[in-house]
Design a protein around this ligand. Sequence first.
Ligand code: FAD
Length: 426
Amino acid sequence: MAWEFSTDPEFQKQLDWVEEFCREEVEPLDYVFPYAVRSKDPKIKALVKGLQDQIKDHGLWAIFLDEDLGGPGYGQLKLGLLNEVLGRYGSAPAMFGAAAPDTGNMEMLAAYGTDEQKARWLTPMLNQDLWSAYSMTEPQGGSDPNLFRTYATRDGDEWVINGEKWFTSAGRVADILFVMCTNGMFVVPRDTPGVEIQPEPRTHNHIIYNEVRVPLDHLLGPEDGAKVLAQRRLGGGRIHHAMRTIAQCKLAFDMMCERALSRESHGKIIGEHQMVQEKIADSYAAIRMLRLFVLETAWKIDNTSTQETRTDIAAVKYTMAKVLREVSFNALHILGSLGTTNLTPIQAMYAAAPTMGIADGVDEVHKATVARNVLKSYRPHEGYWPTEYIPAKREAAWQKFQPTFDADPDLLALAEGYKKYFANRH
Ligand SMILES: Cc1cc2nc3c(=O)[nH]c(=O)nc-3n(C[C@H](O)[C@H](O)[C@H](O)COP(=O)(O)OP(=O)(O)OC[C@H]3O[C@@H](n4cnc5c(N)ncnc54)[C@H](O)[C@@H]3O)c2cc1C
């Protein structure tokens, strides 16, 4: 019997340390110096380094990378448990060297980069001396990669990239951009002439690549391999988002429950009103289901591969978005007017929840993938009736028993008695 839902006690110690460290060190730093990890100020850098040295001492740096790719090799299940803690604290993933979009880009580099490319980009990225962004979506359409047009032309010992990208997160502040072209994935330093970052939107950037020249060795992986690299990147990214989403849901749930016990209305603590209880009960069950689904999917990745787990990864992706929408709504509602302000994290969480149904692929596309893949293991029934059509099953059962009845007429009489009794009941 191999089902096992408990956490190895040694690893639980790590998780407990991470929880305390995030609560006592990472969160307070973030309230005083937001985005400290990205700061260039030597004093703030020293504060960050002090914390990151402790993380490294605990073997928790770059936790998303497999051993053969240069990380601690925790695998997805342990990573899931860690992200369940980190996801509660906005700045924790970056503090632990495990924040998107860099993680996915590092995974691509680790898996497809040459030794020289790894030395040039991966090592400094791992040390947070270099920050990256991922430029895939285009203004004319994001859900369908067949609509992408950005293209690299070879010219002597250079590639010349032309195209337009939309919603490149943190593109403006990245040192290097991973640019998905129709004929390959390219690494482009942001200060390369021709990289034109548009003024809006501010956080997720609109970038025009206008005759951008990079050396030949800036092609990552094989020529024409961009879609394979993108799948590798996004597969991991989606499950990591889901793990952090559990943490967000739990945070919303904790706030909801605390408030439900703290407020009074119409002669009762609000947690004693049934409609409040329903929100708590539904949220509880939704989070438990999401968590089991995410962890089981992580376990499957560890025991097979991302590719073989793609149906569940896609299902996790839209399920987490749905659960976050529901739970953050319930929490906001139970917090009442306070929930609508920016004085707690709940309003931002609820406002951001629909985003989870769009980033990393819209829900509809993932649902279509799941339905298509699931249907591959089914066949249409023959004739008019489904396999579970009861009269046909009953008929087949009688045929199966015929030799037994031939040998024992008493049994036949009994069976006919049953048949008559149940026929009369309808
Ligand atoms: C917070 C955030 C961060 C992001 N970061 C990055 C990034 O760093 N780099 C990057 O390249 N991109 C990034 N994106 C972009 C993201 O990948 C796209 O938004 C996504 O792929 C959807 O593309 P779109 O926005 O063009 O929507 P569209 O493709 O225009 O889709 C709009 C709507 O049309 C419907 N629709 C589309 N296709 C189908 C279908 N097949 N079946 C049914 N309905 C459909 C859905 O209702 C969908 O929501 C980010 C997005 C968000 C929200």
